[in-house]
Ligand binder design. Structure first.
Ligand SMILES: NC(=O)c1ccc[n+]([C@@H]2O[C@H](COP(=O)([O-])OP(=O)(O)OC[C@H]3O[C@@H](n4cnc5c(N)ncnc54)[C@H](OP(=O)(O)O)[C@@H]3O)[C@@H](O)[C@H]2O)c1
Length: 315
């Protein structure tokens, strides 16, 4: 199979994440969009609905068996939680499937694709679970010091309301969000379990949603086994991510408006209380890009044997 023939189909393609993936795949020089599934937009031209798309395909409402018959090289599932299994079970094991939902993030038979931290295990994997957006922000802030944590870190996150998807809810209702910040699920959020599982250490996670559309601001407060200065923390994080084109590390606290519509994440704002071995780190990313679609494209590229950053404009 020549790489120029790689075909990609997207299920859940009209949602916030699906639309970002449509754009990334549409302009990728080695991929070809072959279908985009949506129930509500069935029959409508994708390029007429999603700005910036050149493909002439139309949205279709595709049942799992029909998706299997289309035999796309790569299938992307950008559906709400709980819906992936019907598609996954209809597909042969060799077909590459990327699931954006949480459905397989706790399944050891799937590869958990946060490439900067897990790419060593990516080779040959065809079932790929894409991490959550908050979970990516937390893990990027924690990974460099995970072996030095004395106790559970506390992660306070604020998401833009696109994180709540397009189905109307309190968390994406502009009236409810105006001049507001809304805490929710302050214990046992699924991303708390996801990060604890991935890092092998318990974390606590306090999510909030605010009135901005896209982006995540994450503050991680931790106690370490040994004290370090803010400069030592910066040096350590910079070394940890020195080969990562999508992760930038800086002394200043990163701001959401610096990452919106950008493919990467920023980590920084190192504050310390050496006498208490306390370190506070901030991370930020665009929940629809590094928190979802860009990360999915990294995973698709790896699964197809391409350069991980092919088709990602790192600017
Ligand atoms: N938003 C984020 O920041 C973010 C970040 C990381 C991961 N994720 C995950 O990515 C997935 C998609 O999120 P999203 O924010 O893009 O959601 P969304 O905007 O609500 O889009 C959901 C998509 O799924 C389709 N859909 C909904 N219910 C369906 C059903 N019962 N059967 C078939 N299709 C259905 C919708 O299209 P039709 O209704 O037209 O069929 C739409 O295309 C979720 O699992 C989410 O947790 C989201």
């Amino acid at each position: 199979m020549s790489s120029s023939s790689l075909s990609v189909g997207i299920i859940g393609a009209r949602g916030y994440v699906g639309a970002e993936l449509l754009r990334l795949i549409d302009r990728h020089r080695l991929f070809r969009l072959v279908f985009a599934s949506s129930r509500s937009l069935d029959g409508q031209g994708v390029s007429r609905v999603i700005p910036g798309i050149h493909s002439d395909i139309r949205f279709e409402h595709l049942a799992p068996q029909v998706v299997a018959e289309r035999k796309a090289d790569v299938l992307v599932l950008a559906l709400p939680n709980g819906l992936a299994a019907g598609y996954v079970s209809a597909l042969p094991a060799e077909q590459v499937v990327i699931d954006l939902s949480a459905d397989y993030r706790f399944d050891d038979t799937w590869y958990y694709g946060l490439p900067e931290l897990t790419r060593a295990h990516a080779s040959g994997k065809t079932r790929i679970s894409n991490p959550g957006c908050y979970a990516t922000a937390m893990q990027l802030a924690l990974a460099p010091v995970v072996d030095r944590l004395e106790t559970f870190p506390v992660c306070f996150g604020i998401s833009g309301y696109s994180g709540a998807g397009t189905a109307p809810s309190d968390k994406n209702d502009p009236k409810n969000l105006a001049d507001n910040i809304i805490p929710y699920k302050s214990v046992a959020h699924i991303h708390e379990r996801e990060v604890s599982r991935q890092l092998g250490r318990p974390v606590r996670f306090l999510p909030n949603v605010a009135a901005f559309f896209r982006g995540i601001a994450m503050t991680v407060d931790m106690t370490l086994t040994d004290a370090l200065t803010a400069q030592e923390a910066l040096d350590h994080y910079q070394r940890f991510y020195e080969d990562e084109a999508l992760i930038s590390v800086q002394m200043e606290a990163p701001h959401v408006n610096r990452v919106v519509n950008r493919p990467g994440a920023m980590v920084g704002g190192f504050c310390v209380e050496p006498e208490r071995r306390r370190l506070v780190v901030h991370s930020t990313l665009d929940n629809l890009l590094k928190g979802a679609a860009t990360q999915a494209l990294q995973n698709i590229n790896l699964a197809c044997g391409l350069e991980e950053l092919e088709g990602i404009d790192i600017g």
